[in-house]
Design a protein around this ligand. Sequence first.
Ligand code: ADP
Ligand code: ZN
Length: 432
Amino acid sequence: MREKDIQYLDKEQLYELQLSRFKRTIERLFTSSPFYSKLWKKSGISPDKIKSLQDIRRFPFTSREDLRRNFPFGLLTLPLEKVVRVHTSTGTTGKPKAIFFSKRDINEAARLIARSMKMTGAKRGDVFQNMMSYGLFTGGLIFHYGAERLGVLVIPAGAGNTERQIELMQDFKTTIVHITPSYALYLADVLEERGVDPKNDLDLRIFYLGAEPYSEETRDKIEKIYGVDAFNSYGLSEMNGPGVAFECKRKDGMHVWEDNFILEIIDPLTGENLPDGEEGELVLSTINREAMPIIRYRTGDITYVYPEKCRCGRTHRRISRIKGRVDDMFIIRGVNVFPSEVERIIMNFPEVARNYQIILERESSLEVMRVKVEIKKRFFDGSIEHLRSLQERIKNKIKSELMVTPKVELIEPGTLPRTTGKSRRVIDNRKL
Ligand code: ADP
Ligand code: ZN
């Protein structure tokens, strides 16, 4: 089937494709995966009982813990002779997770990246600078292969070394960049310091932003600074890395490539499936992978499915911007807060520069949420009354929207630690 046709399959055809790929995956796993066959036999499941996609709900979830416990080879279903690559994801604690790819798996992952890039307007003749870290992290190599497959000129810059990034953008007239939103903001600071106007002195036109949660306001900011179209890109190593879900030109939710993944939203507490439109934890199953298929993987990412079809005409359903991971959420004085909600609020203030941090503390026995916000230099050096009122307005806005009264600290731009990869937004010092 042609790439274009896959994206516009009608609902029934997409369903049939998913069902047949799902069945095939399950049958294979039954014979080639000791991990899954044991697990499923215990739950009384057998492949011939699959009649519809709904039947996926009878399968147990696969957790991050399952991957760790079976590290490194436990979920691999092919002999090593057929495996050509491994990526790992460190997460925060303990052993990493290892994800294996056959040659076909790499090709299929690249196909999804090429499809996503093309959807946003990338084409031959573009110069693509990949500022995601290369190596074990998927954001480098997986995206790289997809970009080559599409046929753009790839600069495998990797993350960091900002001076060199700037030089590369200037020398090769880079038009497309793949970068984390926090590094994009940091890079903008450095460009400004060097007197380079990203909008007029460079040739940039498209940014792919992913690997960490960020707000619509941050996207707007990045688009304005660089004069580009910035598209949200979602993925995780366990599901190939990038290329799981991607925004089209409408920039209104990310299309999950449903010919490769089955998408479910569950209540993270009960594990019950939720209908489209309701927010919950994203659960994904691979249905087009050879070396290491994963069924019902709990991503930990909070999102919802758009009930309506996208106006671009593609049938693959869309998910909303990721609110955060289930475990990013913190509870302060009994209120559940996602860092991304704080970000959305503060980034709406024009005085706010590019960086912020949330610090949770205990003062005597009371929990305190301290929000450090970098303020643009001209406002920071401006009138003290203005700063006081700004501080008050930020505090009140957070209080009225999130029901927590924060302590707001306005600080000079460039004070907080900068990152070239994923940022750490919350520091919890509340331990007793
Ligand atoms: P690690 O698990 O070590 O952080 P991964 O690259 O596998 O490494 O990280 C994948 C995670 O990154 C996702 O589960 C999600 O939480 C986050 N992520 C990736 N892309 C986005 C995005 N566009 N928006 C929000 N979060 C994202
Ligand atoms: Zn669309």
